[in-house]
Design a binder for this molecule. Sequence first.
Ligand SMILES: [Zn+2]
Length: 42
Amino acid sequence: MDMPPERVKGKNYKCNECGERFNGIGRRPMCPSCQSEDVVEE
Ligand SMILES: [Zn+2]
């Protein structure tokens, strides 16, 4: 068993444009609903 200490799951983000909540991965997550990059981490 060689599990990495940190989880590889993304963080929860909320879109400022449409209010969509999603799980984003990477430095610049994009809203899956409206493709906006105006999102905030929750
Ligand atoms: Zn959106």
